[in-house]
Design a protein. Sequence first.
Lengths: 312, 195
Amino acid sequence: MDQEQYTVAELMTNSSFRAWVNQHDEQARTHWEQWLAAHPEHQEDVNTAFTLLSILKENENGPSPADMAEMQERFDHALGQRLRVLMYRWTAAAASLLLLISTGLYFMNKRSTISTGIAMTKEVKLPDGSKVLLNANTTLQYKGHDVWIEGEAYFSGEHHDLKVHTDGMEVTVLGTAFNIYNRKQHIEVLLESGKVHVNGAGWAATAGSADMTPGEMIRLDAGSKKMERISPGSFISWKSGRLVFKNTPLYKVAAVLEENYGFHVQWKSTTLQMERFSGSCPLDNTDILLAAIRSVYNDRLSVQANHTIVFE
Amino acid sequence: MEVGQNDDIQLWEQFCKGDKRAFDGLWAYWFPILFKYCNRFTDDKSLIKDVLQDFFIELFTSRSRRNNVQHVKSYLMIAVRRKLLRVISQQKARSTEDLGSDESYGFYLDLSADHPIIEQQELHNRKQVVQHVINGLSNRQREAIYLYFFENIGYEGIAEIMSMKEVKYARTLIYRALDEMRDVIARNKQLTGLL
């Protein structure tokens, strides 16, 4: 039952009084007007409590839509670790199928195929005299002026009317040096010099197109199927013969170890995933890298049989 | 007064069962609330985003152990607060800045400027004096006021979140602040009455 007397603080912390002020609750309003009629001496306190509650409103400082979009991507990326293991198995099955199809195409269309295995790079000279450097675990096919890339490749030299195809993007080369990255979750193109035109194709046919200028990096995400310009800051300079990480989250380091070196990475907890790591090693000696990570993270990493790395 | 508490619990239970969509729903709902809360402690938005990312990912990877959470809101706020304050104190330790006070953190509270009622000159004036009072409160008082009036958390939840030994301390903290506000409003009224 209601009390006869209220202090200002008591009014302000009374849920019915707050419902009247903040939610304009009709029932509460009637109740407090009746109470006030019976206790007119409280008019002043009610006014003060009403004013204070009206003033105690938040200054909007929530995340912006851009913040939310960024977090969505960060969560997808970080939690993608688990999904990727499943996808890997799935793509292993799909890959053998693709291989059959592409061998079929090979005989029909005479595409030449060059692949690199785990932990190796290879330089390929195209018929027009230009060069392509393939990163580890990459397949290049070419026929005439068309090149297909699965993996990561760096194009340099004078290219004439070259068109680079991936399953979700086409890059039309207008004389240039650029890097293309086409693996499971996204396709990235980094333009060092010259000029290229990129457009969505295959699964990202609706992604539109863009002209790139030197220093730009474009990323096509498999989830959103949208192209966006991103900062090339953390670009891995594998073409210099070293694997370089600068302030790179460990989950990204792990992704490189999986994609380029065929390691299988297991996380016993995710606390290490966002830890940032800086360091480099020769492309053909990941032992140095693994030892460096181990020394930084106090033996919370172990390398087991079958190329399995476990982060505790 | 916990708003929508049943919905919270439902989403939480789905999330504990490992439903990825429940995770998306969970973070999309709680991220803005926790972001705002964290923003009261620090202006460093990228730090807040890092802390919250780690927080939600840890939550997801250990979700099955968190099946018995009763009050999702206070549970999340306790955990996020602890994590954020740990990171902030680590940063402070690194910059070797000792504030020499009993309070190990800052809590900032800005009253809304765009509330329609505040457009009236008199109320605008009062808002300023109340803001002045709020600025003079201790960090813990400001935080308690924020949790109670802006986040609708009861004394019990506040005592839990702010690690108070007894629930009544939360009430005392808030009442003292409200009394100060009342006094300044009364003085302000006299003043405007005189003018």
